[in-house]
Design a protein around this ligand. Structure first.
Ligand code: SF4
Length: 341
């Protein structure tokens, strides 16, 4: 998928990435043939119901899972183009620190037996074992200040911190290596709404300050709308729609996106929205339906949808969708400006 700015090279190109898990002879296709580009300094939101493959995709990108197929082409800080998921061990050691991940549950991802200082310092010890102790501690202090942690509390253990503060510790640990790309996996989902806003604003400030690029994975469309430049919608392991955020929220072209958007709460009580219930459960990825994977839950389903998988294709300027009817359906969105009141 190309980007608008033809002169700039994407910092990351996700190319036909697939991931299969096999257990007891059963093969589950968790991610199938996903492609998109990310420009430097941009935030790409990835949304979908739980089990749609968005976390597996994020993990394949940072190589926490080894993708079964595809490439993750990355422009390194020193100007090389590498396939991040095919790097050998020595190369990986050099490039690994440039792509980091922030996890959903800040509590379980922090070792309760380590002080916060040691938790943030750990990636430095692993990557720069010869760095003088004083320099290491200076870097920890700097990053702790940047994420809004009180540096006089760094000798405490994670349990002494609130959920929002623990997520700040997780962010500090990811940032201490000065990465360029961060995959945020449901990074604010475990937090209260008011704390969510603080952490999102922090992520935006850090992005501006440090030139970071984010892949922001979330089931929460309101959060994704707030932080993302472009959004990809995943269903049963496939990308079904991808567009600039404003365009996707105002003019969805895939019935699944339309249904997801209809479920987003709108603060204005005078706004009438037709809620579109998603019928049934997500199908079993070990035994996906024929044709369009969404056909059993789609209110626009036609005969062709049951037999033929729709191609993921351009249906507008930088707007892509996988639906046989994408060009003819006039789908609704509560985010459309001319909303009925
Ligand atoms: Fe619905 Fe058919 Fe489009 Fe699939 S291809 S989303 S079943 S209209």
């Amino acid at each position: 998928m190309e980007n608008k700015n033809k002169n700039e090279k994407p910092i990351l190109q996700i190319k036909n990435v697939s991931k299969r898990f096999t257990s007891k002879g059963v093969c589950v296709r968790a991610v199938t043939d996903v492609s998109f580009d990310i420009m430097k300094g941009e935030t790409i939101g990835i949304v979908g119901e739980s089990g749609c493959g968005k976390t597996t995709l994020g993990r394949c990108i940072v190589r926490a899972h080894q993708a079964s197929e595809g490439q993750v082409i990355y422009q390194t800080a020193d100007g090389r183009e590498v396939d991040f998921i095919a790097l050998d061990k020595a190369e990986m050691k050099k490039v690994r620190k440039e792509i980091q991940m922030i996890f959903q549950d800040p509590y379980s991802s922090l070792d309760p037996r380590m002080t916060v200082l040691d938790i943030i310092k750990e990636p430095l010890l692993a990557n720069y074992p010869k760095m003088p102790k004083s320099e290491m501690e200076d870097r920890v202090m700097d990053i702790a200040k940047k994420v809004g942690l009180n540096t006089s509390y760094l000798k405490r253990y994670p349990h002494a911190f609130s959920g929002g503060q623990r997520q700040r510790i997780g962010i500090a640990r990811a940032l201490v290596l000065e990465p360029r790309v961060i995959v945020c996996d449901e990074a604010v989902s475990a937090l209260d709404v008011s704390i969510q806003a603080q952490v999102i604003n922090l992520l935006k400030d850090l992005q501006e300050d440090m030139g970071l690029t984010y892949i922001f994975i979330s089931h929460d469309l309101s959060v994704v709308e707030h932080i993302s430049d472009r959004v990809g919608v995943m269903y049963l392991g496939k990308m079904v729609e991808y567009a600039e955020t404003e365009e996707l929220f105002a003019h969805p072209k895939h019935p699944y996106t339309e249904a997801l958007l209809s479920a987003v709460p709108v603060a204005d009580p005078t706004v009438k929205i037709e809620r579109i219930p998603l019928m049934g459960e997500i199908p079993n990825p070990a035994n996906p339906p024929s044709g369009c994977y969404f056909h059993g839950r789609c209110r626009y389903c036609k005969q062709i949808c049951e037999n033929q998988a729709p191609a993921f294709e351009r249906i507008g300027n930088d707007h892509f969708a996988a639906c046989h009817l994408a060009k003819e359906l006039n789908l609704s969105s509560a985010f459309t400006r001319d909303i009925e009141k």
